[in-house]
Design a protein around this ligand. Structure first.
Ligand code: HEM
Length: 473
């Protein structure tokens, strides 16, 4: 499975990457749809580091060697645009005239999102520049108190001995945390409604990835009506936010940054653009963090030795006090649990497909312009060449000095390069603080008979939820 040696070979003499046989027209589409995690893992283990996968109507290549991933995400980044369901989005100038429905139709954003044409060579630079201040380290530290307070508020409703769906709890919690820290909104009462609206929207995003042919928005099918209602709910939430921010100029958060950027843009940014960005941060931020926490609670419950070590660390560092930002660097084992959870259950199990603009040389192969590149943290982070006993949940592996020898892109739950997750530090801090706050006072055990199976949608969901029996410490 080592990279193919290409020394001395002219590009045209190089072999084509191997790959599984596919059906006429459908290629490997059915296998990919039926069991994406199993199929992609088998492809990498059977055919090597660059695998040809025929997607309906296009050539796809799975890249799974850390060096090749680094080359794609870092050195070669300028050669790629992010695509959604094999379709390239429309030019920004036309997109600006459209509404949130268009945002949904085009998510995840590609290199052209919201950018004037002259900036296209530097995908996403402008949008990142705008929202970056909300993620500076001193700002993130200021969010710690709110994260812990909201977790405590949510835990106050828990009753000893009951069975709760940890996935639902973590989803509502992560949603109210983002709403409060970045948007200054108290979404407590609305958490369920907003979470349901977002999941309708996310289901739509998944559906259009799988089925590029969609019934147009204006036809009132039950599905389109549900989607419109969900979008109207989110839109109403954002409208209320903007009124609140316009009325109180002292608020200093992500929304105020976006509104200021819009006011200063001299019409270069449309009235809707701040909404697109707010929606992107919301969708990208709350579900991923909620899933990290859900999978972490599950893995802790299945590993009593890990649970005991976690409890010991929390006692030693916090001595019964709620965690604060200053405690985060001391909660090393808690952080190792989060890192190991993100290795085994990366919420973004497949990075947004990227299309190469020009031919791309990688792993000894030359991939033609227009190819779709697939990169999966799930596949690479479970590769035995990168991690010893990769299927085992072992937070202690992160304390091992030998881990420093592991190639950088053997582990990339937040992606890497210029499109890497902007919320990485925010998410890590939130996960550590929330986990510490929960585990300090509650012990969670997977409910008897519960079925646990990862379901790879846009993010890696627990297919049957995560019913857990809770006990007060
Ligand atoms: C553990 C939690 C999280 C994980 C695992 C995660 C992972 C990722 C990954 C892998 C990407 C790149 C996707 C790609 O290239 O296809 C990404 C992008 C992004 N993330 Fe995160 N993320 C997390 C939390 C957050 C949070 C808390 C926020 C904001 C509060 C956030 C905001 C974003 C944004 C704005 C993008 C760019 C989206 C785009 O370019 O379309 N993420 N994240």
């Amino acid at each position: 499975m080592a990279n193919v040696s290409t020394q001395g070979a002219a590009p045209e003499d190089r072999p084509q990457p191997p790959g599984p046989k596919g059906l006429p027209f459908l290629g490997n589409g059915l296998q990919l749809k039926r069991d994406p995690l199993g199929f992609l893992t088998d492809c990498a283990r059977t055919y090597g580091d660059v695998v040809r996968i025929s997607l309906p109507g296009q050539a796809g290549f799975l890249i799974s060697h850390p060096n090749d991933i680094e080359k794609t995400l870092v050195a070669g980044a300028q050669n790629f645009v992010k695509t959604s369901g094999g379709q390239q989005s429309r030019p920004a100038s036309r997109r600006r005239e459209q509404d949130l429905m268009t945002w949904v139709r085009n998510f995840p954003s590609d290199g052209e999102a919201w950018l004037p044409e002259k900036e296209l060579a530097h995908p996403s630079h402008r949008e990142r520049r705008q929202i970056q201040p909300a993620f500076h380290s001193e700002r993130i530290e200021a969010y710690a108190e709110t994260m812990v307070a909201l977790t405590q508020r949510s835990l106050a409703t828990w009753k000893d001995g009951e069975i709760r769906n940890a996935h639902v709890d973590m989803t509502h919690l992560a949603l109210v945390v983002i709403a409060k820290t970045l948007f200054s909104a108290d979404a407590g009462g609305e958490a369920k409604k907003l979470a349901d609206a977002f999941s309708t929207i996310i289901a739509q995003i998944v559906s259009q990835m799988v089925n590029p042919i969609q019934i147009p928005n204006f036809i009132p099918t039950p599905h389109n009506l549900r989607l419109r209602k969900a979008i109207a709910q989110i839109d109403g939430f954002l409208e209320a936010l903007v009124r609140q921010h316009r009325a109180n100029q002292d608020i200093n958060d992500l929304i105020s940054i976006l509104l200021k950027a819009q006011d200063e843009s001299d019409g270069a940014v449309s009235a809707n653009d701040w909404r697109y960005q707010a929606m992107t941060v919301f969708v990208a931020g709350y579900e991923t963090t909620a899933l990290t926490l859900t999978w972490a609670l599950y893995l802790i419950s299945e590993n009593p030795d890990v649970e005991a070590k976690l409890a010991a660390e929390l006692n030693a560092v916090l001595a019964g006090q709620p965690p604060r930002a200053a405690d985060v660097p001391k909660l090393r084992y808690t952080e190792m649990i989060v890192k190991e959870t993100l290795r085994l259950y990366p919420p973004v199990w497949l990075l947004g497909p990227r299309t190469c603009i020009e031919d791309f040389e990688v792993g000894g192969y030359r991939l033609p312009a227009g190819s779709t590149i697939l990169i999966s943290p799930w596949v690479t982070q479970r590769d035995p060449r990168n991690f010893e006993h990769p299927q085992i949940f072992d937070p202690d592996r992160w304390a091992d000095e030998s881990m420093k020898q592991t190639p950088k892109f053997a582990y990339f739950p937040f992606s890497g390069g210029e499109r890497q997750c902007i919320g990485k530090s925010y998410a890590m801090m939130e996960a550590v603080l929330v986990l510490a706050t929960i585990a300090q006072s509650w012990r969670l055990k997977l409910a008897p008979g519960a079925r646990v199976e990862p379901q790879p949608l846009v993010t890696l969901q627990p297919r049957f939820g995560m019913p857990m029996k809770i006990a007060a410490r």
